[in-house]
Design a binder for this molecule. Structure first.
Ligand code: AVJ
Ligand code: FE
Length: 401
């Protein structure tokens, strides 16, 4: 829906294309919900993922909470908060309670008709509000919505996997290759990590100096063909590559291949994404892996996963290519940088510094451009396979024999 700002409107927030980006995100969320039949909009397509319709309500709630409540002083709606806050209903209860698409679309239209005016009210009432400095709130909402759009695509992939008939015929079947990589060597030294730019997330701040010992990092992520090499070498069943915890995960998940890979009756592998079956490219980065599978592959390749500091250093040094195609599992837990301060709320990063979350770097093809930056940090538990995560290898700086 087009926004017609009042003619007296002089808010800084309008002159950038930022607001237009936010509008694109809203429209994409609606069209993703519309892309499935009505009965499937409030279903969970994956045990870890909320119904598509819930995401649409959550995005509206988050805009209303920050722009309406916090900035423009509108009242708090406790019912809405319970429905759409992540700490409200359990994921399994969300589908039944979410209003239908027609109702949510009306609410969105109302909101979009008022939003710019609320922003302008806020600008004049609190010109120095930290949420408005550097257009923080718009950057925040764009990145937030982009991450939910990515999750919605994961739910659509889960749905497509359930609908897949198993008989896709790739024109060129994927052929296994040995693992090989070109490495770039860091001789050891100091490096700046993190970014204090105002529109970055709290977990990227503060920028700080880290002493990073010598290591070597692969120029490219591990390919589909190399991962098939691991599978065909019996990698999933070779206990040298799996810790006890990893074995327990492997057995309970029944993992034998990346999450979204399927094998047809001729024994050819193909992939399934949100729009259905597709041919796996030999050179494309492998995705659909848990951190357990990523670590098992690294052991098989006589390498390891990078610490997230090594990953960021590698990007800043120009060592890494093909970033932004798959999330890349790191070998460390998600942690606060020294001097971390939660902003704009405790819950974005703080609860996940719990020792149970592993850091990921990079971003996937589905990720929005707004989060594709060297310092962006993602975090998930090691068992997650639906997040389009793959592998970049790291090793000591000296040649291995
Ligand atoms: C950082 C991707 C794990 O989707 O759970 C969205 C991002 N935080 N709304 C998530 C997020 C609040 C988060 N991840
Ligand atoms: Fe959210």
């Amino acid at each position: 829906m087009a926004i017609n700002p009042p003619s007296s409107y002089h808010c800084r927030l309008m002159d950038a294309s930022l607001y237009a980006n936010l509008q694109k995100m809203r429209a994409s969320a609606r069209s993703l919900v519309r892309s499935v039949p009505p009965a499937e909009r409030r279903r969970m397509h994956h045990k870890d993922l909320s119904p598509l319709l819930w995401h649409l309500g959550h995005l509206l709630y988050v805009e209303q909470q920050w722009i309406g409540e916090r900035l423009a002083g509108l009242g708090h709606d406790a019912g809405r908060a319970r429905l759409f806050r992540p700490d409200g209903l359990r994921k399994s209860e969300r589908g039944a309670c979410t209003p239908d698409l027609g109702e949510l679309t009306h609410e969105w239209a109302d909101w979009e008709g008022q939003c710019v005016e609320w922003l302008s009210v806020a600008e004049s009432a609190h010109p120095h509000h930290p949420l408005l400095a550097g257009d923080f709130i718009l950057h925040f909402l764009i990145q937030h919505h982009g991450q939910h759009l990515e999750t919605m695509h994961q739910a659509l992939t889960a749905r497509a996997l359930a609908l897949d008939t198993g008989d896709f015929l790739p024109s060129r079947p994927l052929v296994a290759e040995a693992s090989s990589a070109d490495y770039h060597t860091w001789p050891g030294g100091l490096c700046e990590i993190g970014d204090d730019s105002p529109h970055h997330y709290d977990n990227e701040r503060p920028r700080h100096i880290v002493s990073v010992p010598a290591f070597a990092i692969a120029e490219r992520p591990v390919s589909n063909a190399a991962y098939l090499g691991f599978m065909e070498a019996g990698g999933y069943h070779d206990d040298r590559y799996w810790t006890c915890e990893a074995r327990r995960w492997r057995e309970s998940a029944g993992a034998e291949a990346p999450w979204h890979w399927r094998c047809n009756r001729h024994g050819s592998w193909y992939g399934v994404d949100h729009s259905g079956a597709f041919e796996l490219s030999a050179t494309a980065p492998v995705a659909g892996l848990s951190a357990y599978e990523a670590r098992a592959f690294a052991r098989y390749a006589r390498a390891r996963l990078p610490h997230e500091v090594e990953w960021e250093l590698g990007v800043r040094m120009g060592f890494l290519r093909d970033t932004g195609q798959v999330w890349e599992w790191c070998d460390n837990r998600f942690y606060p940088y020294p001097g971390f301060r939660a902003f704009p709320y405790r819950g974005y990063s703080m609860p996940w510094f719990d020792g149970a979350h592993t850091s990921l770097r990079g971003a996937s093809i589905i990720s929005d451009a707004s989060i594709k930056r060297p310092s962006f940090r993602n975090f998930h538990t090691a068992d997650k396979r639906h997040i389009s995560a793959g592998i970049r290898l790291c090793r000591p700086p000296y040649p291995l024999h």
